[in-house]
Design a protein around this ligand. Structure first.
Ligand SMILES: Nc1ncnc2c1ncn2[C@@H]1O[C@H](COP(=O)(O)OP(=O)(O)OP(=O)(O)O)[C@@H](O)[C@H]1O
Length: 234
């Protein structure tokens, strides 16, 4: 069932979404008239060949970029009305392909800073940050190291813990398990499932991994700028 037929409004509704990049010599239309509704409590994956527009869709839905046509609404309100900065701070967290960590801080400081920015309150912020870092497989010494001293895969785990720490409605992730060993990747996917199924979050993950897609509830396939298939497992 899509949110269009459900009683609750979708957490994110994408309508007539198109996006064109304008270069010096040519324009490339990457997304074409996409309509889709994302619901709370569901773990989605987005598959598609390289260049099919997955990252573009993610950056528009996460409020990093503005579509050239169409609209995106969070809980029925257009992102431009909410304000993209406010939407990103209060409602949506994103795990990027480049981890975008604050390089002068330790892992745990990266997580607690994000909690502060997104308004997560409480005296136990640091303990919660340490707990999340442990859950993604970082030990105490790694958690208290400057992030530049960590490997690529370890930095990716910090980025995941940071996104998990923000109590937002939607979590977006771009190839979040790409740099992780199998066990850690499985653990991260378990966390995504738990966030959707136990905390009623909407989780949207862009990936090339069929294995990851098989563990999600719904998979959207992008092809030539359109959603060509949606498969449901829930
Ligand atoms: N900033 C940009 N300016 C111009 N063209 C861009 C820009 N970003 C992406 N593109 C183009 O848009 C198309 C879709 O890119 P996008 O990164 O969304 O695809 P993708 O499906 O995520 O690919 P991949 O799986 O390789 O990460 C590509 O042809 C790409 O070259």
């Amino acid at each position: 069932m899509t949110a269009d037929t459900a009683t609750d409004p979708p957490v994110l509704r994408i309508s007539g979404l198109s996006h064109t990049y304008t270069g010096q010599r040519r324009r490339t239309t990457v997304l074409k008239q996409i309509d889709y509704s994302f619901e709370r409590g569901v773990f989605y994956t987005v598959l598609g060949a390289s260049g099919s527009g997955k990252t573009t869709l993610l950056s528009l839905a996460s409020g990093l970029d503005v579509p050239t046509a169409g609209s995106i609404a969070f809980d029925g309100v257009d992102l431009r009305t909410i304000g993209l900065g406010r939407y990103r701070n209060k409602h949506a967290a994103t795990i990027f392909q480049q981890y975008n960590l604050l390089t002068y801080m330790t892992a745990v400081q990266n997580v607690t800073t994000a909690m502060e920015i997104t308004g997560v309150r409480g005296r136990h912020r640091k303990a919660r940050a340490m707990d999340l870092l442990a859950r993604v497989g970082l030990d105490r010494s790694q958690a208290t190291s400057n992030v530049m001293r960590l490997s690529g895969g370890q930095q990716q785990r910090v980025a995941i813990a940071r996104a998990l720490a923000c109590d937002v409605d939607i979590l977006f992730a771009d190839e979040p398990t790409g740099n992780l060993d199998e066990d850690t990747a499985r653990g991260v996917i378990d966390i995504f499932r738990e966030l959707a199924h136990e905390q009623n979050k909407c989780v949207v993950v862009v990936t090339h991994s069929q294995q990851l897609a098989a563990r999600s509830d719904r998979t959207l396939t992008l092809r030539r700028g359109k959603v060509t298939a949606v498969s449901n497992r829930d």
